[in-house]
Write a protein that binds this ligand. Structure first.
Ligand SMILES: [Zn+2]
Length: 68
């Protein structure tokens, strides 16, 4: 049973990093960090962990168009 852990995100790898204490933020962070380190060291895989989307430069639409 795999619950409470961070599975490796590299395709084909089944490794999961367990979280010792799910109620502990430190344990969660440590497990997540260990998983990320494993991905990079063992697979050379850098996961885009930032949920922040790339900001596209865009011109905001002007709702107010003045016509003289
Ligand atoms: Zn892996």
């Amino acid at each position: 049973m795999r619950s409470g852990g961070f599975p490796c995100r590299f395709a084909g790898c089944e490794r999961t990093f367990r979280v010792e204490d799910q109620s502990s933020m430190a344990a969660l962070a440590a497990s997540s960090a260990a998983r990320t380190q494993h991905e990079i060291e063992d697979h050379g895989y850098h996961h885009q962990s930032q949920p922040e989307p790339q900001r596209m430069p865009y011109v905001p639409r002007r709702t107010e168009v003045r016509r003289s």
